[in-house]
Design a protein around this ligand. Structure first.
Ligand code: SAH
Length: 509
């Protein structure tokens, strides 16, 4: 082995919930030169990869392999021989029906060194998220992990149906959905009672998780009626009956709700994280892209002349970010702002400002331009120079009102928002297949851009059965002007307010 050969990390990526990745796996992904992943490894994990890492999808969905196992093995060897460290992500645990053993043998044969990073296997975690402990002292003394489909080229079956049938073990079958009828038949033919409880858990631990239960006698019917497909874990045994008592994940308040997030991707993470925590399945279809201003000169000039101003008014997190980016780019730091007073719209803007070590002097009670005007009532702003860096094409009420109060307002563009339309096709597909329960609108432009994505379609008709959730009255007005009626409106007009309003809405259902 040459010293400049890289190493391959055979990594268990966990069952789907991104939180079930191990810390070691995360570190391996963060440092890898190449990340190789397949169908069962959650794409979220790729966000940990280095920006310059090579990302390779090798597929594997049932039989339709994007790359055959042989080619995957060779790929790993080749990349390692190029001197690269390779993170090979596999769903669940790499050595539990993951063919990780075969990959390791192959690497060994080619003299490539490797490490194994075990992962949380779906065999245990999918049942756990369905409220089914795979062992329980009152019900079973052992658990078996069984392949639900044997290698097609295997001459003699290794399946010991008689032993499976006679024991009180919890039987956990992987890769067995297509073969369910056979599994059931074999167990019953070998004496397993027809009333033995059975559960199938599809996409376990993810917000798409779907669980059905029955008995050996009924389960084939139940699964067919539910239209449940692969990938799913099949659990056979008395522990399944504990689900009734122990189910927790699918009892989350927003479980099963598919909610579209229309915010710019860079800003969506807080909302997505919170809704996901509440059980919702978030579908990110950003309608806005945030970009630096095309003409940077006005902001740059304002920053050159900061001494002229008494007040700095910030209306959004983006405004804060782009203001400071420009300040720092000019080689200045917060000391250049020492003489200024600050006003912020909204608690999040205020927090973002605090990240730079600055406490806002004014925070309006509610988070609209009108309330900022109110908040300035007790401040002597007459004849004062106010710098207002914010989005191009923002509402005019704030500068107008401040001017009316006697302030000398310099409004400069700190950033621009553009229509993002990469999600257009996904959105239309989902709407046409009833794949969306709710859409969140966090500003007027998210509504109007969203409707632009539906250009050429009958938007209001497509959205007829979809819950529209608006962050506040102005956004709702924009929606109404486009023929949409929000069923949910936040109060206060914040992201948390929006989440609370959604919870209240679904709580009433
Ligand atoms: N190494 C993986 C298993 C790979 S075999 C692990 O340890 O989890 C592929 C099978 O795993 C699928 O057919 C399905 O039975 C099961 N599986 C993987 N992820 C799953 C999930 N999130 N929910 C339910 N079953 C899953």
């Amino acid at each position: 082995m040459t010293t400049n050969t890289g190493k391959v990390f055979l990594i268990g990526a966990g069952p789907g919930d991104p939180g079930l990745l191990t810390i070691k796996a995360k570190e391996c992904i963060e440092t890898a030169d190449v990340v190789v992943y397949d169908y069962l490894a959650s794409p979220y994990l790729l966000e940990y990869a280095r920006k310059d890492a090579e990302i390779i999808y090798v597929g594997k969905k049932g039989g339709d392999h994007t790359l055959t196992q042989d080619k995957i093995n060779l790929l790993l060897v080749d990349k390692a021989k190029e001197g690269k460290n390779v993170a090979r992500l596999k769903g669940g645990d790499p050595f539990v029906f993951g063919r990780g053993g075969e990959e390791a043998q192959e690497l060994l044969e080619y003299g490539v060194s490797y490490e194994v990073v075990p992962g949380v296997t779906s065999a245990i975690s999918a049942p756990a998220y369905a409220g089914i402990p795979v062992t329980h002292r009152d019900h079973t003394s052992f658990v078996s992990f069984i392949t639900g489909h044997e290698r097609p080229d295997k001459k003699e079956s290794r399946m010991q149906w008689d032993i499976f049938a006679k024991s009180d073990a919890t039987l956990v079958f992987l890769m067995g959905v297509k073969n369910l009828a056979n599994i059931v038949k074999n167990l019953m033919a070998n004496g397993k009672p027809a009333d033995t409880p059975v559960a199938l858990v599809r996409w376990g631990t993810t917000t798409r998780q779907q669980t059905v239960t029955g008995t050996l006698e009924t389960i084939v019917d139940v699964v067919e009626k539910a239209g449940l497909k692969s990938p799913a874990i099949i659990v056979v045994g008395h522990v399944v009956s504990l689900r009734e008592e122990l189910a927790w994940f699918d009892r989350k308040p927003l479980f099963g709700k598919r909610i579209v997030i229309t915010r710019a991707r860079a800003q969506a993470s807080g909302l997505v994280a919170e809704l996901t925590r509440l059980g919702a399945q978030c579908i990110e279809i950003p309608t806005i892209r945030i970009a630096p201003p095309k003409d940077i000169a006005p902001l740059a000039q304002a920053i050159d002349n900061l001494d002229k101003y008494e007040w700095l008014v910030l209306t959004s997190v983006n405004g804060v970010k782009f203001f400071f980016d420009t300040l720092f780019a000019k080689g200045k730091d917060v000391r250049a702002l020492g003489h200024l007073k600050f006003a912020c719209i909204g608690p999040v803007t205020k927090e973002r400002l605090a990240d730079y070590g600055i406490i806002s002097d004014i925070l309006p009670e509610t988070y609209r331009a009108e309330s900022v005007v109110d908040a300035f009532k007790d401040v002597d702003i007459e004849g004062k120079n106010v710098l207002l860096p914010r989005a191009k094409k923002a509402r005019t009420i704030l500068p107008e009102e401040l001017t009316r109060m006697g302030a000398l307002v310099d409004e400069v563009t700190a950033y621009e928002t553009e229509l993002a339309d990469d999600g257009k096709e996904t959105l239309i597909d989902l709407l046409k297949t009833d794949g969306i329960d709710a859409v969140t609108f966090t500003s007027s432009s998210t509504v109007s851009n969203f409707m632009s994505l539906l250009d050429g379609e009958d938007g209001p008709a497509l959205l007829k059965d979809v819950t529209l959730a608006s962050i506040g009255p102005i956004t709702s007005d924009t929606a109404r002007s486009l023929g949409l009626e929000p069923a949910v409106e936040a109060d206060p007009y914040t992201i948390q307010g929006l989440i609370d309003a959604l919870l209240a809405h679904y709580g009433r259902e």
